[in-house]
Design a protein around this ligand. Structure first.
Ligand code: 5RP
Length: 221
């Protein structure tokens, strides 16, 4: 099974959590793109979606799904999104696609966050994947220096601005042994918009696509 096929199978397994008549939260990335494509036969059951990026919005609208603002939608019953890394507590690194801020907002506003990944995303400790940090433009160098103090090597994501108009620092070399503490600590730095560490709001359910089949996991106790 290729990685793309594994992503597709994970996306397919998430379809059973759709709740007809409810506004759906939709994330960003190649795994979510497969999920959106698989929504085609379910479009009539989805009154609207809240999207975490302009890219996902375009795909949803191309299917004929209305995309609404989160303020209009209120609490969402389901949010489906991918991840760059996931540990056994279903804490995540996200933001490889740059949509971390809207993703964290929608995850926070959702009752259930279903994360869909292929098995390459499962890790013992988060941090091999560079940790994305979205920053206010004037704070870029300051936040980078603060990341160095935390033991990381920040790198500006070249030629990229988020849908919110901000740059991203990708922070290499962090072995994240205390995700809750690190998320809080980075959040406290002035100029940080969002860190792509989802520890305080982890996924509720992880669906892993693998050659051996689909695995559905809840957070380890
Ligand atoms: C985008 C994300 C994505 O969920 C993450 O990058 C995973 O992407 P993919 O499904 O393409 O592997 O956080 O900001």
């Amino acid at each position: 099974m290729t990685q793309d096929e594994a992503k597709r199978e994970a996306a397919r397994a998430a379809l059973k959590f759709l709740q007809p008549g409810e506004i759906l939260g939709v994330g960003t990335g190649s795994t979510v793109n497969q999920f959106i494509e698989l929504l085609r036969p379910h479009v009539a059951d989805i009154p609207a979606a809240v999207s975490s990026s302009e890219a996902s919005t375009a795909r949803l609208q191309a299917l004929g799904i209305r995309v609404v603002d989160l303020n209009e939608a209120g609490t969402l019953s389901l949010y489906v999104d991918g991840a760059d890394e996931v540990n056994r507590h279903l804490q995540l690194i996200k933001g490889g696609g740059g949509a971390l801020t809207r993703e964290k907002i929608i995850a926070g506003a959702a009752r259930t966050f279903v994360c869909i990944v292929d098995e390459s995303k499962q890790v013992r400790a988060l941090g091999k994947f560079p940790l994305p940090v979205e920053v206010i433009p004037m704070a870029r160098s300051y936040v980078a220096r603060e990341m160095v103090k935390l033991g990381g090597s920040p790198e500006l994501r070249r030629g990229f601005t988020t849908d919110n108009g901000n740059p991203i620092l990708d922070v290499h070399g962090l072995e994240i042994l205390q995700p809750l503490e690190l998320e809080s600590r980075i959040n406290r730095i002035a100029g940080v918009v969002t860190v792509g560490l989802f520890a305080h709001r982890p996924a509720d359910l992880l669906i892993v696509g693998a050659a051996s089949g689909i695995r559905e996991l809840k957070a380890a106790g």
